[in-house]
Ligand binder design. Sequence first.
Ligand code: NI
Ligand code: MN
Length: 231
Amino acid sequence: MTVHVQFLGHASFKVQSDYSSLLIDPFFTGNPYACCTADDFIALDAMLLTHGHFDHIKDAVAIAKQTECEVICGARLADYLVSQGVKAETISVMVPGETKQFLFGKVTAVPAVHDSQIHTENGNIPGDPPRGYVVEMEGHKVYHAGDTALFDGMKDFRALSIDVALLPIGGTYTMNADEAAQAAALIAPRVVVPMHYDTFPNISADPRAFAAKVTSGIAVSILQSSEKETL
Ligand code: NI
Ligand code: MN
């Protein structure tokens, strides 16, 4: 069955089959490349959050409240969301290394190398180990790296036969284009989609230069905000 992976700007993606839809790292308010707003999400099966930085959770509370979807995140981020009015019973806490089966498919939280703080309206508070997620839906595997540096453990993802890897290329807070190309070579997905670049001046990157560095045999799909990769 077909699965669509839609880029919503920055590191936000929607993953959708005929039966289920998931949202990863919603950041629409204040995102110059956002193609939607929180109000566009009426029904959603799940929302996955990689870490607590504003550019990954900005619209998470609003969307969790209005859809009452399953929210998948770390324990401290869960506590923060509950403090903002999200229903605790809708949250599934996961730690990197853990796999859970949901009605829509299987989710594995995988390590990421990044800062762990949660950005709140009243300043930063301690958060959880940052993570990426591997989502398996209708026989397709999507890896969202979250914000991460290049790390050796990425070579373990090769055995998973990832269909599409969503990799940050903007540098400064994450891998730059060179490092992301090395990550792609370690992971060996069928398709790689660059993300987390150009949203802010300090993460500018050229996705075509990234594409030129990716090992032949791995397709690079440069998506504009709202465009989809179909699996
Ligand atoms: Ni971050
Ligand atoms: Mn970020």
